[in-house]
Design a protein around this ligand. Structure first.
Ligand SMILES: Cc1ncc(COP(=O)(O)O)c(C=O)c1O
Length: 379
């Protein structure tokens, strides 16, 4: 059997990793400014993570959600503290799409309504409703098409107000990435996020902050929408929450009441996944990683803005988009094969940086030096 060929691959086989570095099967070392797509939060193979996951698998890896899993409670307490939302409720799943799917379903159960507002440029995943709320018709199958999702322009308060004035009473949820990832690292204005909060309050609509990519401390706050100083009703998480262990989560306002059987999953919240997420939460807390993110992120963004030939630098913390006036494919190839640096991309013109939250200024300098050299050659 061969693989179902849906991913265009770099011809590199990664066999080992530590901190912000990975090694291929030829022994070549690469600086990882991509974090396996925002997944590596506390650095590859962090000793505390390896210890907790290893210890857990020796004891018990899995049992179903029909019994008490003490690690879930420990994780809920730690995430509540880390995010500053101790009164919220945790529901554990396995991926970002599943987190968003459940969040929109929950909003609909809670309000008894059907309509969801999403935004232009949004990416919320590939399952049924998550993909319907994703602004990319190429990945929406005919069976996923629905009139229940409405797309509005991102950061456009007036359109949102006009929409709510007409359809607020039928709207179950507004779902937004406070920093759009796939959409090209676009940052929602604090004013826009605050207007979502007040419209959702006014019309009894549920605000879902999709923090799958911009959450878990990546922006310098636990949830990127926290920069606006207002709370969402549901935060969805995945990627960085398990540092590579597949996990997703919903942090749910106490206003939404749980009912037996309302949501469910076989694997979500299993012992092993919880051990991984507990280790991540411990390391973020104990090492003040959100402070590091702000410090190193600000440094990178400021320095990038001084480099020649860049159209725009966007983002916050260690979620950074560098828009170039030319297609980035060749430059990314040079970064990978000549400079031994992994970066990501959004579309054809944006380079995306999503490194581990443990990134140091010294790592940032290695990237900046290499990037400046390549840009200078190009200009
Ligand atoms: C903002 C956002 N939401 C949802 C998802 C979907 O997550 P997953 O691939 O874990 O289903 C992604 C994945 O890139 C994402 O960036």
């Amino acid at each position: 059997m061969k693989m179902f060929d849906v991913y265009p691959l770099h011809p590199v086989t990664i066999v080992k990793a530590e901190g912000s570095y990975v090694w291929d099967d030829q022994g070549t070392k690469y600086l990882d400014m991509y974090g396996g797509h925002a997944v590596i939060s506390i650095g590859h193979t962090h000793p505390h993570y390896v210890e907790l996951v290893t210890r857990q698998i020796r004891e018990i890896g899995f049992y179903s959600n029909s019994v008490i899993i003490a690690q879930q409670k420990e994780l809920a307490e730690k995430l509540g503290k880390l995010s500053g939302k101790t009164d919220y409720q945790l529901f554990l799943v396995n991926s970002g799409a599943e987190a968003n799917e459940n969040a929109m379903k929950l909003a609909s159960f809670h309000t008894g309504r059907k309509k969801v507002v999403a935004f232009r440029g949004a990416f919320h995943g590939r399952t049924s409703l998550a993909v319907a709320a994703t602004d990319n018709p190429a990945i929406v199958a005919p069976v996923n098409e629905t009139d229940n999702v409405v797309f509005l322009p991102y950061n456009d308060r007036q359109s949102l107000e006009e929409y709510f004035a007409k359809h607020g009473e039928e709207t179950a949820a507004v779902i937004i990435e406070a920093i759009q990832g796939v959409g090209g690292i676009r940052v929602a204005s604090e004013e826009f996020l605050r207007s979502i909060r007040s419209l959702c309050d006014q019309y009894g609509t549920v605000w879902i902050a999709d923090c799958v990519q911009c959450g878990c401390g990546r922006s310098g706050k636990y949830y990127a929408s926290d920069w606006a100083g207002v709370n969402a009703d549901i935060y969805t998480m995945a990627k960085g929450i398990g540092n590579g262990f597949p996990m997703g989560a919903l942090s749910i306002t106490p206003v939404i009441a749980a009912k037996y059987g309302m949501l469910g999953t076989t694997f979500g919240g299993n012992h092993l996944a919880c051990a991984a997420a507990i280790a991540v939460a411990d390391v973020i807390q104990e090492n003040n990683l959100m402070d590091n993110v702000e410090k190193v992120g600000d440094y990178l963004i400021e320095r990038l803005r001084t480099l020649p030939g860049i159209k725009e630098v966007r983002g916050r913390g260690l979620m950074i988009g560098i828009e170039l006036p030319f297609e980035t494919a060749e430059l990314r190839k040079k970064l990978l094969f000549d400079e031994k640096i992994f970066v990501g991309s959004s579309g054809k013109y944006v380079i995306r940086l999503l490194p581990a939250l443990t990134l140091t200024k010294a790592h940032a300098d290695i990237f900046l030096t290499a990037f400046e050299k390549l840009l200078t050659q190009k200009c």
